[in-house]
Write a protein that binds this ligand. Sequence first.
Ligand code: AMP
Ligand code: MG
Length: 349
Amino acid sequence: MDTEIIRIFEENIDAGLIKKAGDIIKQGGLVAFPTETVYGLGGDALNPDSSRKIYAAKGRPSDNPLIVHISKWEDIDLIVANVPEAARKLAKAFWPGPLTMIMKKSDAVPGETTGGLDTVAVRMPVHKTALAFIEAAGGYVAAPSANISGRPSPTSAKYVIEDMKDRIDMIIDGGDAGIGLESTIVDLSGERPMILRPGFITKEMLEEELGLVDTDPTIFAGDSKEPPKAPGMKYKHYAPKGMLTIVNGPEEEVVEYINVKLKEASFSGKKTGVIATDETADRYEADSIKTVGSRQDESMIAHRLYTILREFDDEGIEIMYSECFDTGGLGQAIMNRLLKAAGHQLINI
Ligand code: AMP
Ligand code: MG
């Protein structure tokens, strides 16, 4: 299949191109599009064939449900059986934005879209191109991240093209994704709200609206016997091709430890890389040293992380070490993704 690649600027959205993209979805095709979190791989959420095509294009297991993207609040009524009060509050505070809410689904949503579950995940993105595209597509776009299953989520069109060219009908290039990590997922279908995936909207922010919010305990446990509540969190995910280890401890000792390990790896002929911070970058010796920015600037760390993992892949880096980051606020999402990328290999010194 030939993939058409178009460029749409958020500041100046071309109505003709948006219509063309929307029509592809209405006809059962697939279009990758930019959002503020990462790029999405969109299909008609109400068409079971479209959802099947999404799983096939990504190589994604079909028990891993898709997030349904909407462009206006009223549209939620068709796909959610009973909109809880908590959802209204959160929508008021955080929609449009990087928050996904899980609720009981209506009959309008096919089981193919929800991986057979009786709940549906819904998000309203804030990215203007995404909103215009969803509207033009009929209002309900099922979209997981636009990467081949198991690879880091794409934060720019370049990486979508790398993974999805010739597998889907169209790619909308909208430049870099601002946030760079996937949305926060909160489950509102149970007794108490529960975070299934941490993201830019933090636990503290949710608790300000709803009171106590639980966090799925399997999120940070590498060896949990329990399956995670978001089916997708159980799969190897966000993974670079090489081997990544995270090192936690006092700054000086971390730098020293990583340098020793890098030297060993390079003696045995391996190509090495480090995920460093502005504070430490010039103290490392490796084939490739990448900084996530200042340790203090968590938004920048989130923004840079997946790009760095992809760059290491492009450079053929085989052994990688990363510093560890704080786990409060946005740090929770950063460490969740980093730990998954490292297959939970964390060394405490
Ligand atoms: P992605 O779209 O690639 O960011 O992945 C979507 C994530 O949302 C996966 O981890 C899914 O397992 C999760 N998800 C989607 N729908 C549901 C649902 N109804 N219940 C629990 N998790 C869900
Ligand atoms: Mg994904």
